[in-house]
Design a protein around this ligand. Structure first.
Ligand code: AMP
Ligand code: ZN
Length: 109
């Protein structure tokens, strides 16, 4: 099986999708740590930030931030603020080896 996020992107596994464009899929974290907790996932499989390629991925990674701020505006959480997190490697808390950005807002566990 491909990685779980590639399976979700291919629509072979379910997810609660809140945003999609040609390059990025955003869905709710299955185990949320706050009232708003979504994952912004580039559709291209890049395992970790260590695999981000300067020639290929700079625009894609930048667009994660643009989508994050648009969703924050849409969800009216710009004022209260939110957290964007990218975990890298097991010691950095990364469990799923497909680059993703957590967008978390509200009360924390
Ligand atoms: P990380 O620790 O940064 O790799 O985060 C992986 C996140 O993916 C965790 O917060 C998990 O709860 C979440 N997750 C794992 N599998 C799924 C899934 N099938 N659908 C939604 N979120 C998932
Ligand atoms: Zn993948």
């Amino acid at each position: 099986m491909a990685c779980i996020f590639c399976e979700i992107i291919a629509k072979r596994q379910p997810a609660d999708v809140v945003y999609e464009d040609d390059d990025i899929l955003v869905f709710k974290d299955i185990n949320p740590t706050a009232p708003i907790h979504v994952l912004l996932v580039p559709k291209a499989h890049v395992a970790t930030v260590n695999d981000v390629d300067e020639a290929q991925h700079v625009g894609l990674m930048g667009r994660l931030f643009v989508v994050a701020k648009k969703l924050a505006a849409q969800w009216d959480i710009v004022g209260q603020g939110y957290r964007l997190t990218v975990n890298v490697g097991r010691g950095g808390g990364q469990i799923v080896d497909h680059v993703h950005m957590h967008l978390v807002s509200g009360r924390h566990r």
